[in-house]
Write a protein that binds this ligand. Structure first.
Ligand code: APR
Ligand code: PHB
Length: 391
């Protein structure tokens, strides 16, 4: 087998990259260890920046998204029973964010690729990457028990945080930057109409809570829990009772409750590797960086990376120039670090830390008071939340 770009991983990074390359007339093969059903049902975040939405629509994979999404013009920060709205119309030049679950984006991208007759190999095993230090990169794997070799010009490592591309790079090439948080998020999906039209981020002495949604009938709710928490410790009753406490507010507030049909706990970390490229191996998305979910930047950063990568490959195949490929890592990292800063900042402001002391709590409340009363601070939050410019 031979192709131009061998793509490891069919998450948002790998699938958007394959789609953008196809539109530029560049061939690729996507290799995925999981089944199609698994990646299309995997529950992840669901908030798209305005730039991500624009890209999906402009490249022809936004039709169902436009029909089914929910567009939001602001968010609410809640603390001390008070609710404070950050208005994107006023503060972010009318830019919006969009609720549309990640697995729906995945379904749309897989459908578009298969309809165009282009290859995604699901359920492959024993994936390994070779030759990217020289001039003949290849990806080896087993498909249906048979050993296969995919020869390519370049390898795109889009295989997520636990993938094999990043760890396969020689020792000493990458520098890692990391912060692990002493808590995680317990997430649920419930058959309950959203209690508020927009997302509500709650700071509470019992810990952080977030009210978000998937549709007008389905709520997605999160609770801060200790990082090693056992999900069995959280009965449905305990989850609702804790959510009621942490989301309490004046002014006739009521939390809508309903049947919980999905529960999971995700750990939280901030992580970056530098550089995001070595030889003919280019890393994108979670393979290169992880953010805590508080700013909802994970998927959006993955899309921003592969947009830059696709442009660089397009330049190379049109002109033979490697200028943009050489600058890939540097270009991505400038924006990645700003999203890291924002995600860390939102996380630090809104969660209870193990080391919490009275000083830190007063400081967090002062920060919340500032960010909901100063126009300059609100503008900063709003412009980061809707997504910083791509270029
Ligand atoms: N070979 C092939 N595929 C692999 C391998 C491997 N060795 N290891 C992992 N994969 C696949 C995973 O099964 C997954 O489908 O790579 C894909 C990586 O996808 P994601 O983890 O979704 O990562 P990415 O595409 O970078 O998307 C950005 O940011 O915050 C998160 O939820 C957000 O998942 C989103 C991510
Ligand atoms: C989600 O809808 O899953 C979501 C939204 C905003 C976040 C995190 C997750 O900050």
């Amino acid at each position: 087998m031979r192709t131009q770009i061998g793509i490891v991983g069919a998450g948002p990074a790998g699938l958007v990259l394959a789609h953008l390359l196809h539109l530029q007339g560049i061939e690729s093969v996507v290799i995925e260890t999981r089944s199609r059903k698994y990646i299309e049902e995997r529950v992840r975040a669901g908030l798209l920046e305005h730039g991500t939405v624009k890209l999906l629509i402009e490249t022809g994979v936004g039709e169902r998204l436009q029909r089914e999404c929910l567009t939001h013009h602001g968010i609410v920060l809640r603390f001390h029973r008070g609710s404070h709205r950050i208005d994107f119309n006023d503060l972010a030049g009318g830019k919006t964010v969009t609720i549309y679950a990640q697995q729906e984006v995945i379904k749309d991208l897989v459908a578009a690729r298969l309809a165009a007759g282009l290859p995604i190999l699901f359920d492959v095993e024993d994936v390994s990457v070779h030759g990217y230090e020289g001039s003949s990169p290849s990806i080896r794997f087993h498909a249906a028990g048979k050993e296969e070799v995919l020869h390519c010009d370049y390898i795109a490592g889009c295989d997520g945080f636990h993938g094999i591309c990043r760890p396969s790079l020689p020792a000493g090439v990458l520098t890692e930057f990391e912060r692990v948080y002493p808590f995680g998020w317990l997430g649920i999906l419930a058959e309950a109409p959203p209690s508020n039209d927009e997302l509500v981020y709650c700071y509470h002495e019992r810990g952080f809570a977030l009210l978000t949604m998937r549709t007008r009938q389905i709520s997605r709710l999160y609770l801060q829990v200790p990082h090693d928490e056992d999900i069995e410790a959280w009965s449905d009753d305990r989850i609702w009772s804790e959510l009621r406490k942490r989301t309490e507010a004046d002014g006739g507030w009521k939390l809508n409750e309903g049947h919980i049909f999905q529960k999971n706990i995700a750990s939280m970390r901030s992580y970056v590797v530098e550089p995001m490229q070595y030889g003919k191996m280019f890393l994108a998305g979670d393979a290169a960086h992880i953010v805590p979910p508080t700013g909802a930047k994970g998927l959006n950063l993955a899309v921003a990376d592969v947009r830059i990568m696709a442009k660089a490959f397009a330049e190379f195949y049109k002109t033979g120039k490697t200028h943009l490929l050489e600058r890939y890592s540097e270009t991505c990292l400038r924006r990645v670090w700003k999203a890291q800063r924002f995600s860390w900042w939102m996380t630090s402001m809104l969660h209870r830390f193990d080391t919490d002391n009275a000083f830190d709590q007063r400081r967090q409340l002062a920060e919340l008071d500032y960010v909901t009363s100063s126009r300059a601070a609100m503008t900063s939050l709003a412009e980061n939340y809707v997504g910083l410019p791509w270029d």
